[in-house]
Unconditional design. Structure first.
Length: 284
C-alpha cells in the first residue's frame, strides 16, 4: 500500500509493530463470534481464533473483545473506541456498520465519516488497524436487496483504509465467503468455517499465516452442490419465518439483539489457551 502517513499529524507517524503483543477487537455480532459456538454455548469467532494464533507466538499476549451483537456505529466508535484507546494495544480490528447499513434510512456518508474519524484516532495513537469490509449478499434471497448499500459502504471503507494507511480485509472479494458453507442458517452470520476463513485471511495480512493461502482462498475440497430450486424456495420460506420476521420486528420496535449485553472479554488480559484450535478454513 502507498505510504499515506503524511495525511496524519507529524506527531502521529504510527508504524506497525514488529511484534503484536496485544490485540483488541471492536465491532458487532461478527466480531463477537456469532455463529461459531463452543461446546458450552458461548461463541468463539474470528477474533478469538486470531488472538489464539497470535498469542501462541508471544508469551504474555493480551487480548480484549469489546464487540456486542447488534451494536451500531455510534456505540462502536463511542464506548468501544474509547476503551480501545485506553488499552493502547498493538493491534485493533474493526468490523462496524453492518447494522447501520441494513437500516434503509441510514446516511451512509455520515456513518463513513464516523468510521474515518475513529480510525484516524486509533492511528494517531500509534495503533495498527485492520478493517473488515462488507460481504456480498448477492447470492442470498431477500438480503440481496441490500447489496447496493453494502457495496457503497464498502467503497467508503476502502477509501478510509487508503487515507489512513491501514489494512483492509475485503470480504466482498473473498470467493470462499460467497459459499453457503461459510454461513450460519440465519444467513447473517458466519459459521465456524466462515470464522476460520476470516481469521486465516487476517493472519495472512499480518504476515503471520495460519496455513497456506488455500486455508482462506480455497478452503473446500469439493465445489458447493446447489440444492434443487424447490428445496431452495422451501428453505427460504422457513428462513423468513424463523429469522427474517423476528429481525424486522426488532427493528420496528427499536430493539436490538444486544440490548442489555456486555462484551464477552471486556478487559485486556493475558490470553489463556482455552480457545478451540484446529485447521482454519476446512470444512469439518
Amino acid at each position: 500500500m502507498t505510504d499515506l502517513d503524511t495525511n496524519l499529524p507529524h506527531r502521529a507517524r504510527p508504524e506497525n509493530p514488529t511484534a503484536i503483543r496485544s490485540y483488541v477487537a471492536i465491532g458487532d455480532s461478527i466480531t463477537e463470534g456469532l455463529d461459531d459456538p463452543r461446546p458450552d454455548g458461548s461463541y468463539l469467532g474470528f477474533a478469538d481464533r486470531l488472538a489464539e494464533h497470535l498469542g501462541a507466538r508471544v508469551p504474555g499476549f493480551r487480548y480484549a473483545n469489546l464487540a456486542v451483537r447488534g451494536r451500531r456505529m455510534d456505540r462502536i466508535f463511542g464506548e468501544q473506541l474509547e476503551q480501545a484507546l485506553e488499552f493502547a494495544p498493538d493491534l485493533v480490528t474493526v468490523n462496524a456498520g453492518g447494522n447501520d447499513v441494513l437500516r434503509p434510512g441510514t446516511d451512509l456518508d455520515r456513518i463513513a465519516r464516523q468510521f474515518d474519524g475513529g480510525v484516524r484516532r486509533l492511528r494517531e495513537a500509534g495503533i495498527r488497524v485492520v478493517i473488515l469490509s462488507g460481504h456480498d449478499t448477492g447470492w442470498i434471497p431477500v438480503l440481496r436487496v441490500y447489496r447496493g448499500r453494502i457495496a457503497v459502504f464498502s467503497m467508503h471503507l476502502r477509501a478510509i483504509a487508503e487515507r489512513n494507511n491501514v489494512d483492509i480485509v475485503d470480504l466482498w472479494s473473498m470467493d470462499a465467503l460467497n459459499d453457503p458453507r461459510a454461513w450460519s442458517v440465519d444467513r447473517l452470520h458466519l459459521n465456524a468455517a466462515g470464522h476460520r476463513i476470516v481469521a486465516a485471511r487476517i493472519a495472512d495480512l499480518l504476515d503471520q499465516p495460519i496455513g497456506p493461502r488455500e486455508t482462506w482462498a480455497n478452503p473446500w475440497d469439493t465445489p458447493y452442490a446447489r440444492p434443487p430450486r424447490i428445496l431452495r424456495r422451501r428453505e427460504t420460506r422457513r428462513w423468513a419465518v424463523e429469522f427474517l420476521v423476528p429481525w424486522l420486528g426488532r427493528r420496528v420496535m427499536g430493539r436490538s439483539s444486544g440490548d442489555g449485553r456486555l462484551p464477552k472479554r471486556p478487559g485486556l488480559t493475558e490470553l489463556v489457551a482455552e480457545l478451540e484450535s484446529g485447521e482454519p478454513g476446512r470444512d469439518r
